[in-house]
Structure formats: C-alpha cells, structure tokens
Design a protein around this ligand. Structure first.
Ligand code: SAM
Ligand code: SF4
Length: 325
C-alpha cells in the first residue's frame, strides 16, 4: 500500500492494551491512568479481522505493543494466529520484559520473530525510580533468555538528561558480549511540552565514542524501524540511535499504528486517522474497511515536526501508553 508521497506502507504497530505493570516517568502518571473499558478495546477477533484486511493491503510486518502487551491474557494465541495470516512475514513485540521469563516458552512456541525490550538503566535502584516498580532482574533475565534462544533481540533505552545520560555507555555495553542491538531513543514530548529532557543523537554518539572509540555507521538494514546502527570495535552486537527529535527519517516511513481502541493512527505526532473499531461495530464490510484504510493512508502526514510543535493542527494528546510508541 502506497501513501500519497509514494512511501510503501508494510508495517503495522498494534497496541493491544493501554494497561501496564510499570509506571515509567515519561509515559504514565504514578497513579496510572483511567483504563479504557474492556468493551472499548478491540477484541482479539476484531484485531484478527483487521490483520487480514491489512495483509490484503500489503502489510507484511506486525508489532504488538501497549501499554504492556504481555499483560493482556492470551497474547501468545494472538501471536500464533497472526503468524498464520497469509502475507504476514514477521510478528514481533515491544515489551518492558518483566513477564518474558514466565511467558517465554509460550512466546517461543507461538513463533515470535523478534522482541524489543525497554530498559533505561543498569542500576536496580534507578530502575525503580524510572519505572516506579521493581523488576530490574526480570528484565535482564528476559534479555539474556531471548538472545540465547536466537530470537532477534533489541534493547530500547530512552535517553534522558539528568536521569540516565551518564550511564549510556554502560547500557550500550550490553551489546559487547550479547548478540543484541541496544538502541537509544531520543525522548519525545508526545502530549507534553518538555523538550529540554531530550539527549540529542549526536550527544549519545559522543558519549559512546568516548568509551568505545570511533563509531562507524553500518550500511545494511536491520529490522523495519528508523534506527541508524553502529558497531564498535570488538562488539558482538550493535548500537542504534533513533533520532525522532533531531533528524527527520520520515521520508522512509513505512508504518501505521492501531491503538487499543481500534483507531488507525497515521503518524506518531498527529491525532489524524480513522476509528476502524466504530466502522466494524457499525456493520461495515471488509471492502468498506479496506477503502477507509486506503483513504486514511492517502492522508498520512509528510513528516513529524516535534521541534516545531506550536501552531500545528491535530497534535497528538494521547499519552505514549495509549499509542504504543
Ligand atoms: N510497555 C512496552 C515497553 O515499554 O516497551 C511497550 C509500550 S512503550 C509505550 C513503547 C516504547 O515507547 C518503549 O520503548 C518506551 O521506552 C518508549 N517511550 C515511551 N514514552 C516515550 C517518550 N516520551 N519518548 C520516547 N520514547 C518513549
Ligand atoms: Fe509501561 Fe512501556 Fe509506558 Fe513503561 S513505557 S509505563 S513499560 S507502557
């Protein structure tokens, strides 16, 4: 499926829940958020119907996210079912990792292709401050389990001034002995206005180079995302940076999103899209839903402009836990 700028859209991120077992400071308030009621969230049957329609439109890669996708009951059956849809080539998950050790065998049996695990510190106390919960050891266990079993594993770290900016090189060091990608994401002020917290890509790279020596950009593609990758001398794994704030990678954007409430979201920064849930629940046929998706994708914004936030219409106000990152 092509958008009006000729970009090929073949990647769909599905948020399966807004709920989470952590309360990361950059994503959710301490007291949590008013949860979306169960009947407003897409059922697995509805998700499967949409996956079939998206696959017929050329979507090949699906990532499940949240909230925390592993807190939704039966997620492994959803993964196994999506894997069977003709045209779908990979199913991956973005998770905080806490529940991976207990669900690992089921996820593997379901055929999960890749796992992104979020981790912003290597210090258990700091982990508790950032996530407002315990669980650091489980996350480390999750990373090692996934890597050892050969599942493509990435660690996502949101780089934040005054929070973890002095630890970035040690976090990157996870990729020294493990065959994983450690990726640093520039903090994004989605639904907020706190730009000053963002550690820019060039500062991340400077801080890594001061410990690991010169970093050379890898030319080959790794995964479906907008990260740039580097391999320091002697590393088994690689390091990535996702510069959502300072660079515009939008010209190669290949993705759309589906929120837990079934809203087709066209760009992380904008509240533009269409409620596929409402269409389905009002009795639309597959053909009508397909048309609605194509019409929406034709309206996909050219680019995000987080650095020029003011005066822009349709700015996203949902918090990250409702979008899925
Ligand atoms: N709970 C899962 C997790 O934490 O990986 C999936 C959902 S979470 C919203 C998806 C990703 O978004 C995580 O890697 C998280 O670190 C990232 N994220 C959340 N808020 C962010 C922000 N304001 N700026 C940049 N990344 C953010
Ligand atoms: Fe939960 Fe992920 Fe948001 Fe942290 S970033 S509160 S783990 S949804």
């Amino acid at each position: 499926m092509k958008d009006s700028f000729g970009r090929n859209i073949d990647y769909l991120r599905i948020s399966v829940t807004d709920r989470c077992n952590l309360r990361c400071v950059y994503c959710m308030p301490e007291e949590g958020v008013e949860p979306i009621s169960h009947c407003d969230i897409l059922s697995y049957e509805e998700i499967m119907r949409l996956v079939g329609i998206y696959a017929s439109l050329g979507i090949k890669h699906i990532r499940l996210t949240g909230g925390e996708p592993l807190v939704r009951k039966g997620i492994e059956s959803l993964i196994a079912d999506i894997k069977k849809v003709p045209g779908i080539e990979t199913v991956s998950i973005t998770t905080n990792g806490i529940l991976i050790p207990e669900k690992f065998e089921m996820l593997k049996a379901a055929g999960i292709d890749a796992v992104n695990i979020s981790l912003d510190t290597l210090n258990a106390e700091q982990f508790k401050k950032i996530t407002r919960r315990d669980g650091f050891e489980k996350v480390i266990e999750a990373i090692k389990l996934c890597e050892a079993s050969g599942i493509k594993t990435k660690v996502n770290c949101v780089a934040m001034k005054g929070v973890n900016d002095t630890e970035l090189a040690s976090i990157a060091g996870l990729a020294e002995d493990l065959n994983i990608a450690v990726r640093f994401i520039e903090y994004m002020p989605v639904g907020k206005n706190d730009f000053e917290k963002c550690v820019k890509k060039e500062d991340v790279l400077k801080s890594l180079a001061s410990v690991y020596g010169p970093l050379y950009k890898l030319s080959e593609k790794y995964g479906n995302g907008p990260a740039e990758y580097y391999k320091p001398e002697g590393f088994v794994g690689i390091i990535g940076v996702i510069s959502a704030m300072t660079c515009s990678f939008c010209e190669n954007c290949n993705r759309v999103r589906l929120t837990a409430e079934g809203f087709l979201k066209l760009c992380l920064q904008y509240d533009k899209g269409v409620s596929l849930r409402d269409l389905m629940r009002s009795g639309a046929t597959d053909e009508e839903i397909k048309k609605a998706i194509e019409n929406a994708v034709a309206e996909k914004p050219k680019q995000h402009i987080f650095n020029d936030y003011f005066g822009v219409d349709d700015i996203e106000e949902r918090p990250m836990n409702k979008i899925g990152g």
